[in-house]
Design a protein around this ligand. Structure first.
Ligand code: CO
Length: 151
């Protein structure tokens, strides 16, 4: 096999593995007592029938002091969702129920807890500008990241 053939073979191999790559349908995040998520970017596919959000709070502080959730929205909607959530208050988990600009949200949890939820991939548009964040008052300044949506 000469060099050109080898490159051609590698190229075909790459194309095949890309075409057959399973879409990512899970967003797994950890939130800490240092008010941080463990990831700055997550990637999911809009073709997923169902996308799971799995959140683990790795800290020890109670939900009233260091609550974390995962809200997904268009980046442009993050500030208004966080503001409305703050007004909704602790009993509402700092999420305004029925807010149409929220794509998905988990419940608010404290240290040592975990939670998960599911939503349809069809609620996302491939290539759109989306953010994940925690809506606990003040947390979205640090606890946020990019949601990359593939086809
Ligand atoms: Co938080």
């Amino acid at each position: 096999m000469n060099i050109a053939t080898t490159f051609l073979a590698l190229g075909l191999l790459g194309a095949v593995s890309f075409a057959h790559a399973a879409p990512n349908c899970t967003i797994a995040l950890e939130g800490s007592d240092q008010m941080q998520f463990n990831l700055k970017t997550v990637t999911v596919s809009a073709s997923c029938a169902s996308i799971s959000i799995e959140l683990v709070h790795t800290g020890k502080l109670p939900v009233a002091a260091m609550g974390h959730n995962v809200v997904i929205s268009k980046t442009a909607d993050m500030a208004s969702i966080a503001s409305a959530g703050m007004k909704a208050g602790a009993a509402a988990g700092y999420v305004l129920k029925g807010d149409p600009t929220i794509v998905a949200t988990t419940e608010m949890i404290g240290g040592g807890a975990k939670t998960s939820t599911k939503f349809a991939g069809s609620k996302l548009v491939a290539g759109g500008d989306y953010t994940f964040f925690c809506s606990f008052p003040g947390h979205s300044a640090l606890m946020k990241g990019t949601v990359i949506v593939t086809k």
